[in-house]
Design a protein around this ligand. Sequence first.
Ligand code: HEC
Length: 72
Amino acid sequence: MVTGPVNISSEKLAQGKTIFENSCGRCHDLPEPTKHTSVQWVGIMNAMAPKAKLNDEQHQMVYDYIVSVKKQ
Ligand code: HEC
């Protein structure tokens, strides 16, 4: 099953989804990935990753997950 770009493992995307669901709905409703472009998400994630206390790897996994949702 193809769940995203070939260089991203489905395991990492699943982890990104879990982090997204656990960390990104704490201060506001869980955002809708399709509401912003992948370029806008770069800026949003740069602002939100520190708020959610994500490290660089978690930040990347959440971003990859968000972009993968948009492609489905
Ligand atoms: C500590 C609280 C907090 C956490 C955790 C948090 N956010 Fe936010 N978020 C905010 C606040 C406050 C705003 C509105 C003010 C602002 O834009 O800074 C916001 C705004 C947003 C917006 C709207 C931006 C826009 O331009 O319309 C999006 C999308 C978003 N957050 C996504 C996320 C994602 C994704 C995560 C997880 C990585 C996350 N947030 C985690 C506090 C948080």
